[in-house]
Design a protein around this ligand. Structure first.
Ligand code: COA
Ligand code: ZN
Length: 310
């Protein structure tokens, strides 16, 4: 069994893109430092999208230019189109993540393109990236449900994945953008894709809207997937996907998989500090389920120790 799990932190992108309080470059760098200190080594830092569409990511070029380069961290940037790709590469990105939604409406709302056009653009950018030495990843978003069109047939996902891999995508991340999927659906999708392309070329991205993100993570893990997008403190939500809540919390995924014998290289104590930093900048109470459990244990232990000392 491959016991190494890559936790790809997306809090700085998926987490912050929807925040009413915009976080400065300094704040983002402090969040990043705290994540790196906790052991995180794979980070989706930002997106090179229209600043009109997502003002929270308007500082992408500056942020990219200030990323710590000596910590062995793999950084990636989300890009929606050719222009985003060019901006990302000019800023120094070596890995880019394209985004292709599974439905007409979601592509139109998210990136102003039809499904057909978005597929063409994704394929063209993947091919270009390959010739320019840039690693292309691809997201298939709203893969288990669309806020505008409802259920999505798995065949749609298989068809898009085939086109993306055929174009040269090094990895396809299947994203449950609105957190509507269940473990049975997740298992079917990942089992099929893993059989066709190998689990090592897949990644999973879950939101916890209905409390199923950890169960979905486990289902994908059982299909051999070892790379998961997570967000510190469960930050997240897409401005173009109404009703979606945050991503599965990094600390909850780390806790679950480490407990089950997998290795992430990430320390929960460090993630706790990272949650505190994210709370400071977003002015929100954050934290996955495991943190409240840890805190309640500490309070109990403290109360016991005080009683024993009396
Ligand atoms: N970065 C910055 N600006 C961009 C851009 C990019 N990647 N792509 C296009 N633009 C600019 C164009 O140059 C143009 O600028 P102008 O008004 O100064 O001439 C303007 O945006 C409109 O361009 P157009 O091609 O007509 O795009 P649009 O208005 O249909 O927007 C996107 C398309 C993709 C740029 C926009 O929908 C977007 O940024 N979406 C991102 C959504 C997102 O981040 N979702 C969450 C993550 S999945
Ligand atoms: Zn997401």
């Amino acid at each position: 069994m491959n016991d190494k799990v890559i936790v790809n932190e997306v809090g700085l992108r998926d987490g912050l893109q929807n925040q009413p309080r915009h976080v400065s470059v300094e704040g983002k760098l402090e969040m990043l430092d705290s994540l790196i200190a906790a052991g995180v080594r794979s980070v989706e830092v930002t997106s090179f999208v229209s600043p009109k569409a997502v003002p929270q990511m308007a500082d992408a070029t500056e942020l990219y230019g200030r990323l710590p380069s000596d910590k062995g961290v793999t950084y990636e940037a989300l890009v929606p189109n050719e222009k985003g790709y060019e901006r990302a590469v000019a800023a120094g990105a070596k890995t880019i993540a394209l985004v292709l939604a599974s439905t007409q409406m979601m592509n139109e709302k998210n990136i102003g393109m039809s499904l057909e056009r978005a597929t063409e653009v994704n394929i063209a950018v993947i091919k270009r990236a390959k010739t320019e030495g840039i690693k292309p990843r691809s997201y298939i978003s709203t893969a288990v449900g669309c806020p505008y069109e409802g259920n999505v047939a798995p065949e749609v996902i298989f068809n898009l994945a085939a086109q993306l891999f055929e174009a040269g995508a090094e990895e396809v991340a299947v994203a449950d953008t609105i957190g509507s999927g269940d473990p049975a659906q997740v298992r079917f999708i990942f089992e099929t894709l893993a059989n066709r392309y190998g689990a090592e070329r897949l990644a999973a991205h879950f939101h916890d809207t209905r409390g199923l993100a950890l169960a979905n993570t486990w289902a994908a893990l059982e299909c051999g997937v070892r790379k998961f997008d997570t967000s510190i403190g469960g930050l997240g939500g897409c401005p173009f996907a109404p009703g979606a809540t945050g991503n599965v919390a990094t600390e909850d995924v780390v806790h679950m998989v480490e407990r089950c014998g997998f290795r992430t290289g990430i320390e929960i104590a460090g993630l706790r500090k990272a949650v505190a930093v994210a709370e400071k900048y977003t002015e929100q109470i954050l934290g996955g389920r495991v943190l409240s459990w840890i805190e309640s244990q500490e309070k109990r232990n403290h109360a016991k120790a005080s009683a024993a000392a009396e």
